[in-house]
Design a protein around this ligand. Structure first.
Ligand SMILES: [Zn+2]
Ligand SMILES: [Zn+2]
Length: 258
């Protein structure tokens, strides 16, 4: 009898495993969906995805960048666009086809291409965009697509019933790098001022404020210390330890340049 029960248990375990494997990829949190060979989605909450897009850039070669996609009612909210107009079109069309979205709002976290490379497409389609005024000024100066609506930090958008908070913790990766917090899901998009755990360097520091960066990270952690998931600008998501890791990288960088 005991033997038979053990056998039944094994069958149940095997069957459960089989059913889990048979679920469509997009329904399993943490599993990547390939939209195109240069665009991936990872669902991290019921209505939140990380979008990761790839482009080739000299001298780095193929380079990935993260943003978030949030669905609230029929609206798709992009926290940063992919690298290009084409990738942004691919991303938005995926949500229009698979999640019934009909409207888009884009929040730009700083003025680099991995944040706003698809903003021209967003505007062409008649959708809205938001950023700090500092980002708008830099985009104008540099002849980039210009976010349409300035906001002051901290600013909480209400897209349907989903609060989305944009916060400028101080200068870091650039003078205008903001982070975005989804309080309902406790997800923090740290942007490029937060490095992934596998990062061994600070990445592109050409326009960074290395002196202010550690204080800005501490402010970010104080403000959003309840975050459950932290998404960096590049590489794998994790938890608040990504901020501590970035502080260590800053410290190492400072002592090697003293
Ligand atoms: Zn950047
Ligand atoms: Zn970046």
């Amino acid at each position: 009898m005991k033997l038979l029960r053990a056998h039944t248990k094994r069958v149940v375990v095997v069957l459960t495993g089989f059913i889990l494997c048979a679920l469509p990829l997009s329904a399993r949190p943490g599993v990547r969906t390939t939209v195109t060979p240069d665009l991936y989605l990872e669902q991290i909450a019921d209505s939140v995805w990380i979008h990761e897009s790839f482009t080739s850039m000299k001298p780095w070669g193929r380079i990935g960048a993260n943003g978030l996609a949030l669905v609230s009612g029929n609206r798709l909210i992009l926290i940063d666009t992919p690298w290009t107009d084409e990738l942004t079109g691919d991303l938005v069309n995926w949500f229009f086809s698979n999640r019934g979205c009909t409207d888009v709002s884009a929040i730009v976290c700083h003025y680099h291409q991995d944040n706003l490379g698809g903003l021209g497409w967003v505007h062409e389609q008649g959708y809205e965009s938001y950023s700090l005024k500092a980002t708008i000024d830099l985009c104008r100066q540099k002849g980039l697509p210009v976010p349409r609506n300035p906001v002051t930090s901290p600013h909480t958008f209400r897209f349907g019933d989903t609060p989305v908070t944009l916060y400028f913790p101080g200068e870091g990766h650039t003078v205008d790098s903001v982070c975005v917090y989804l309080s309902t899901e406790r997800i923090l998009f740290g942007g490029c001022s937060v490095k992934s755990l596998e990062s061994r360097t600070l990445g592109n520091t050409a326009e960074a404020n290395l002196g202010a960066w550690p204080g800005s990270l501490r402010a970010m952690k104080r403000m959003f210390g309840e975050a459950r998931i932290v998404v960096p600008g590049h590489g794998k998501a994790g938890d608040l330890s990504l901020i501590d890791h970035t502080l260590v990288l800053l410290d190492t960088h400072r002592s090697s340049h003293d």
